[in-house]
Ligand binder design. Structure first.
Ligand code: HDD
Length: 708
């Protein structure tokens, strides 16, 4: 353990925080008005006498209040709650064969990026760990202009045509009469919509899976969803789907844990992202592409233009083309994360659209919504939105114009020497892909978009047992909150068309009759192993995992130090928690610093827990009710649990009788993520290895139920 005077991470953290509090002007000039007039008093308004009425002539008071009254702008209609970070992207090799996009040509060129992660349904002040899709929007500031890849952490969307977007969003948002529930999809209107609109089912399967409660924005895949089009310098097009894969793997929370987190730390995912970047643990994602030659457009049993479909990775492998590192937190949340404006139509030469009707609608919607949200047409001048490529337009004026334009503002002109002139045929201008379009003007969903069940079934059949259990539980939770029994039944009937066993299991939990067996039995039972979280473990490291060590007076400090050092060497963050902040007196009689007081934290904020021992017969930390609850929660949420020395016997309090615990000192025993060794003193190598492996495994689902 560390001595009280030497708490390595804390002073740093506090120092870093203080940096954010320091004024922008280090010279520290005096407070002024917006007009630069120096102010000598800002605590009392100007009044006619100490107890008299406030005077209208108090311009400082009026300006201060007026500015405050106008601080808020409309929040995003969806994706209101988010967290952003800056970083860079670098390609592994030239992608010239497929695209002429400048930022995908040269591995030595780093393109700056800004990424905003978000939830979708909840308002700006809602909790992070709700069951929801997560936005994963990336702005690449390329030398040829801004490219925005506005994706999600699901590879499919709920609807096929953007004209249904207002219907879908109205249905999932809180109910209009009482604005309930916040940040949740478990309510009647969403499921009413779902039960009537089977194209939602595939994305709904993802929403009911653990993908919808990510452990961290740093441990979450991202997808461009639509099929886009790469275009190379010769004008040849290639269909492309974009994938982000996090280096740390894709990991999720447990639903019970996610719900408790909403109260314990509503900023759980935002804080995690911020803290990791502050600590120099820069999140990293690999960009991959699935490429389909134009001539293979109809080679699949689904339509490439249908955004409710994936191309299974086993069918078209994901080819890694580069990596993104997020290495800088924003300076000011409002200026950057709130004012950033992403738009699917922000593309650069070499990246083009397809006729996916959802994408076509998005290409209208983003600019439209930003005109109102950001108060006019000049938001591209806000620093976070400003391209690094030069901007020369004939666009003028409008609210919040800050550019001092000069010269002519029309084209063609002779008075301004024809400037800005359109580009010549040097290959740098954006040229739309000359796709042949031929058709009658009709409102009709393509018949090739009709199958809503096969890929929902593919997802279901690709899940591990425990993932399927979680999906059933999620459906039971969500539909169990739906008041209208007809909606519950109709949804179950739709699920039966995905998989009968799934529908029957859900029906059993929500008190509606199970559908007839075989009524509409699908489909194929194909699987795509890449869809399971089991296949998305990342580099298998334990970097940035939060490990709690429960300490109390009499703790074997050497034991704690040995584990702390071993895990920290692998990049984990280890914190000693005690009933009170400050320090504990170890078995060695010395005072040892604790990092946090138990009442201020909870198991749901950590990834793993260790119970060290002390002298034989002395109480372990688990004598404290908060500590005992901590370990019980960690155990039932499937988290790695370690115990050393007398801490092993203390695990008996879990009541998990079938669990194998160590008996022989020095012989570490690992059983379903519970790692124990009864030896006193510093942890031995076998224990450290087994506990590190357990932490890397993230969660263990097949544990005996604890009686406690
Ligand atoms: Fe959207 C925001 C992602 C379909 C209309 N969307 C928004 C954001 C993300 C996505 C990540 C937040 C960007 C940020 O952080 O500022 N949206 C998606 C994905 C979709 C999708 C992956 C399907 C593949 N969206 C979609 C459709 C429409 C919209 C079909 C409308 C026709 N989306 C919007 C919006 C938002 C938005 C209303 C709200 C705030 C904003 O754009 O700037 O225009």
């Amino acid at each position: 353990m560390t001595a009280p005077a030497d708490r390595p991470h804390e002073p740093d953290g506090k120092q870093r925080q203080r940096d954010h509090y320091r004024a922008a002007d280090p010279a520290g000039g005096p407070l002024t008005t917006d007009q630069g007039v120096v102010v000598d008093h800002t605590d009392d308004s100007l009044a006619a006498g100490a107890r008299g009425p406030t005077l209208l002539e108090d311009f400082h008071f009026r300006e201060k209040l007026t500015r405050f009254d106008h601080e808020r702008i409309p929040e995003r209609v969806v994706h209101a709650r988010g967290a952003g970070a800056y970083g860079y992207f670098e390609p592994y090799e030239s992608c010239a064969e497929f695209t002429r996009a400048a930022f995908l040509q040269d591995p030595s060129v780093r393109t700056p990026v800004f990424v905003r992660f978000s939830t979708v349904q909840g308002p700006k002040g809602s909790a992070d760990t709700v069951r929801d899709v997560r936005g994963f929007a990336t702005k690449f500031y390329t030398s040829e202009g801004n490219y925005d890849l506005v994706g999600n952490n699901f590879p499919v969307f709920f609807i096929q045509d953007g004209i249904k977007f207002p219907d879908f969003v109205h249905a999932v948002k809180p109910e209009p009469h009482n604005d309930i529930p916040t940040g949740a999809s478990a309510h009647d209107t969403l499921w009413d919509f779902v039960s009537l609109q089977p194209e939602t089912l595939h994305a709904i399967m993802w929403l009911m899976s653990d993908r919808a409660i990510p452990r961290s924005y740093r441990m979450m895949q991202g997808f461009g969803v639509h099929t886009f089009r790469f275009v190379n310098a010769q004008g040849r097009g290639t269909f492309v789907k974009f994938h982000w894969k996090p280096k740390l793997g894709t990991h999720s929370l447990v639903w019970d844990e996610a719900q408790e987190c909403q109260g314990r730390d509503p900023d759980f995912n935002r804080r995690d992202l911020w803290d990791a970047i502050e600590a120099g643990e820069y999140p990293e994602y690999e960009l991959g592409v699935q490429l389909v030659p134009e001539e293979d457009e109809f080679a699949f049993d689904f339509d490439l233009l249908d955004p409710t479909k994936i191309i299974p990775e086993e069918q078209v492998p994901v080819r890694p083309i580069g990596r993104m590192v997020l290495d800088r937190n924003p300076e000011n949340f409002f200026a950057e994360t709130e004012q950033v404006a992403f738009h699917t139509a922000n593309v650069v030469p070499g990246i083009d659209f397809t006729n996916d009707p959802l994408l076509q609608a998005r290409n209208f919607s983003y600019l439209d919504t930003q005109l109102i949200r950001l108060g006019g047409p000049n938001f591209a001048q806000i620093p976070v939105n400003r391209p690094v490529a030069p901007v020369r337009t004939n666009q003028r004026d409008g609210y919040h114009q800050s550019a001092l334009h000069s010269g002519t503002n029309y084209s063609p002109n002779s008075l301004g020497a024809g400037c800005p002139a359109v580009a010549g045929p040097d290959g740098h201008a954006y040229t739309h892909y000359a796709e042949r379009v031929d058709g009658a003007k009709i409102r009709q969903r393509s018949p090739s978009f009709r199958d809503h069940y096969s890929q929902a079934a593919l997802f279901w059949h690709s899940m591990a047992d425990w993932e399927q259990r979680h999906i059933v539980d999620a459906f039971r939770f969500e539909l169990g909150k739906v008041g209208a029994l007809t909606v519950r039944s109709r949804t179950v009937a739709e699920l039966a068309r995905v998989d009968h066993a799934l529908a029957a299991a859900v029906a059993e939990g929500i008190g509606v009759p199970a559908p007839e067996a075989g009524a509409d039995e699908p489909r194929k039972t194909a699987v795509s192993p890449a869809l399971s979280l089991v296949a998305q473990r990342g580099d298998g490291s334990i970097r940035t995992r939060q490990v709690a060590v429960l300490v109390t007076d009499g703790v074997d400090a050497e034991q704690v130090t040995s584990v702390r050092e071993a895990l920290a060497a692998e990049g984990a963050v280890v914190e000693a928690l005690a009933p009170r902040d400050g320090s504990v007196t170890g078995a060695d009689g010395e005072r040892h610093a604790v990092d946090r007081a138990l009442p201020t934290v909870a198991s749901v904020l950590y990834d793993a827990v260790l119970v060290p021992g002390g002298p034989a017969g002395a109480p372990t930390a688990l004598a404290d009710p908060d500590a005992l609850r901590f370990v019980r929660d960690a155990y039932r949420h499937g988290k790695p649990v370690g115990a050393l020395g007398a801490g092993v016997a203390a695990l008996g309090a879990l009541g998990a009788d079938d669990l194998r615990l160590a008996a022989e000192p020095g012989q570490a025993v690992a059983d379903r993520g519970v790692v124990t060794d009864t030896a006193p003193g510093p942890a031995g190598e076998p224990f450290l290895r087994a506990f590190t492996e357990a932490v890397a495994g993230h969660r263990y689902w097949d544990r005996p139920v604890a009686r406690s």
